[in-house]
Design a protein around this ligand. Structure first.
Ligand SMILES: [Fe+2]
Length: 231
């Protein structure tokens, strides 16, 4: 499935314009009040490949034109406070398993799952003045967290707002059968909480790759006293 794609990063930059359009359409009213995104554990695989993770494009390693395996995703969203005010300058990090369910992390080194040498696995972005961030990545596969627990596809998030505490959560994909049996997702108190961390993938706008899909994951940050995960 790996293919050379020298224009990949250029197309990603063009795609970011479309992502901005998506975000602009979803811009909230400042009069609204947004329940906070539920916190989820960072898990054992945080910060793999940190020296290589210098951008928000996980599809290609820096300097490489070899595309990672897997179904291409654009994950876009807006970090804001609960009044809907964008939070600019927040560092947003993601990390995830590859298309075979494998984390490129020492703690996953004893896995029999395939390692994709072209998948960055970890990336970061910084929110702009509109609080917007974006990533290009692939859809992760499920992976066994224990002999009896197969985790559904998910992407880990950590948000570092300026001057604020770290916030971690996990993004899930709507329609995944394993969502119904996942202890972490089902451990959230309400269906509304689960909905806040579950994204429905949609077809791309014309400016993005036709074979990609888009997931919009807005992140209203919580108020003091809401659980936060130290990583
Ligand atoms: Fe995970």
């Amino acid at each position: 499935m790996t293919a050379r794609d020298p224009s990949g990063r250029r197309r990603f930059l063009r795609g970011s314009l479309a992502a901005s359009v998506v975000l602009a359409a979803a811009k909230p009213s400042v009069a609204a009040w947004f329940p906070p995104t539920p916190a989820q554990p960072a898990g054992p695989f945080y910060a793999p490949l940190r020296p290589l993770s210098i951008d928000n494009d996980l599809l290609y390693l820096p300097g490489s034109s070899i595309r990672a395996d897997g179904d291409m995703l654009h994950i876009v969203g807006q970090v804001r406070d609960q009044a809907g005010k964008p939070i600019a300058g927040a560092r947003v990090e993601i990390w995830q398993a590859n298309a075979y369910g494998r984390y490129n992390h020492p703690r996953h080194a004893n896995s029999n799952l395939k390692l994709d040498p072209n998948f960055q696995g970890f990336g970061h972005d910084e929110t702009d003045a509109a609080g917007a961030y974006r990533f290009r990545t692939i859809k992760p596969a499920p992976y066994p967290d224990s002999p009896v627990w197969l985790r559904p596809p998910h992407i880990h998030f950590a948000v570092f707002p300026p001057g604020g505490p770290t916030w971690t959560t996990q993004l899930y994909f709507a329609g995944e059968p394993l969502n119904a049996t996942d202890h972490l997702l089902q451990g959230l108190p309400t269906d509304a909480d689960r909905a806040r961390v579950t994204v429905t993938l949609t077809p791309p706008p014309p400016d993005l790759e036709p074979d990609s899909r888009v997931g919009t994951f807005d992140i209203p940050l919580g108020i003091p006293g809401v659980k936060r995960e130290k990583i």
